[in-house]
Structures are given as structure tokens and as C-alpha cells.
Design a protein around this ligand. Sequence first.
Ligand SMILES: NC(=O)c1ccc[n+]([C@@H]2O[C@H](COP(=O)([O-])OP(=O)(O)OC[C@H]3O[C@@H](n4cnc5c(N)ncnc54)[C@H](O)[C@@H]3O)[C@@H](O)[C@H]2O)c1
Length: 253
Amino acid sequence: MGRLKGKIAIVTGAGSGLGKAISETFADEGAQVVLTDIDLDSATKVANAIGTQAIALQQDVVDEQRWDDIVQATIDAFGTPHILVNNAGLVLPGTIESCSLELFRKQTSVMLDGVFLGCRAAVNVMKANDQPSSIINLSSMAALQGYSPFIAYTAAKGGVRSMTKSVALHCKEQNYPIRCNSLHPAGIDTPMVRQESVGAAGDATPATGIIPLGGLGHPDDVAKLCVYLASDESRFMTAGEYPVDNGLLYKPD
Ligand SMILES: NC(=O)c1ccc[n+]([C@@H]2O[C@H](COP(=O)([O-])OP(=O)(O)OC[C@H]3O[C@@H](n4cnc5c(N)ncnc54)[C@H](O)[C@@H]3O)[C@@H](O)[C@H]2O)c1
């Protein structure tokens, strides 16, 4: 408890799955949290359950102007943010043969343009922070090994992976107090992986204890790593990429 005391965080896509768990865990650790989502109702429910430490705002991460509004609203409510988690996302199926250009652009606009806009807006204000700041980008295991049913998703997540390193290196070169890292989950039990097109199978895994054979990860498995990367405990870590996949990358079956 208290590992993020005094920190102010923005979490996108905070109404569901990983974003919900990350927001709740940040608040448990003492952060003040701005939860944004394209679906305001879902983010509001999560923020209300957290209490006065949290507010919810509607945001489509593709909307450039809205990023300025979100940062300003955060400053007005709590102060300049120290943490941004670029988490919002969706998954649209399509292989290299079946994916239309329209679908490809829709997928990459949310997952790649949205992360670019978020990083840019955050660096713009965090660079003047007198406390260390941290940007965490949700990439995917799909960025590290490819995933043929989701060509556009993998392209976007691969872009997030390398963009993260460029953001981190720029901040280091400029002597900004900002670190930037990417996470690469797979098979975490959220509405996204349970949807029909993704079809992840397995038992839901409890938040703690032994992972059942063939089980899915719990959103807290990602949220706890986010706490570490958001906190000053990880002060020597930037431009990194961190799988949360129960070894799937090295042993796929
Ligand atoms: N669950 C996993 O195993 C897994 C694996 C790899 C990567 N990820 C990544 O983690 C992130 C969270 O995924 P999740 O599993 O929690 O999914 P989820 O579907 O449960 O949550 C995604 C949230 O993003 C919001 N969202 C969608 N489009 C948006 C937009 N344009 N602007 C703002 N909000 C928007 C949705 O409303 C939803 O609340 C995604 O970036 C996803 O690609 C998840």
C-alpha cells in the first residue's frame, strides 16, 4: 500500500478488463486516477467504486484535441500527471488475405495513432515535472511473435513496441524525468480475449495462487506490474518490454 502515494495517473480504456484493474490497483496504492474510456458509463462505474481519488472522462483516444482536454482536466482535478497508461484498445480480426484497408486503418488508428497522441500529450506536460514520471504502453505478445488471424492488430502492437523505445530514448536524450516501457500480455481473462473472434479458452485464474493448467491470467497479473513500472521502484528501467504471458512466448503450447 502507498507505493504510488502522491502520483497522478491517467489510464485509458479504464472501463473494462486491464484498464479497470490497473486503475483500481493504482488507487489502492495511493494514486489519484483519471479514468478515460470511449464508453463513459463503464469508466464512471469504476471511478465511482474507487471514490474521491478517481474521476471518469469520456475519450476516444483517436481524437487529437481531446487529449489536450484530458490533460487539462487532470491538471484541474488533481495536478500534472506523473503516469500515463496507454491501454485502450479493440481487436479486429483479418488475415493478410482477408483484411480490408478500411479495417487495417481503423485498427491502427486506435492502437497506434492513439498511443502516439497519448505519449505526445504526456511528454509535453511531464517534462516539467519535479517528480519522476512514467508512460506505460500496452503492446501485446502478438508484437513479439506475430499472430496471423489479426494482421492489423499485430502491426499496431509492433508499432507500439518500437515507438515506446523511441519515446524513452528521446526523453533520456532531453534529460526529461520520464521513463517509457511496453507491456506484452497474452491470455489475460478480459472481455477482449473472451470475445468470439479471439476465442481464448481456459479457466479464469484467481488473483493469487497457482495458475491452473491451461488457465488464463488474471487482470491483476498485469496491474501489479504496472504499479512497479509506474512507481519510482523501477527508476532505472526505460525502453524495456515486459511479457506477462506465463511463458507463452518461449513455449507456445
Ligand atoms: N487481455 C489480454 O490478454 C491482452 C493481451 C495483449 C494485449 N492486450 C491489450 O491490453 C489492452 C486492454 O485490453 P483488455 O483485454 O482489457 O480489453 P477490453 O476490451 O476489456 O478493454 C478495452 C477498453 O478500451 C476501450 N476502448 C476501445 N476503443 C477505444 C477508443 N477508441 N478510445 C478509448 N477507449 C477505447 C473499451 O471501451 C474498453 O473499455 C488493449 O490495448 C489490448 O490490446 C490485452
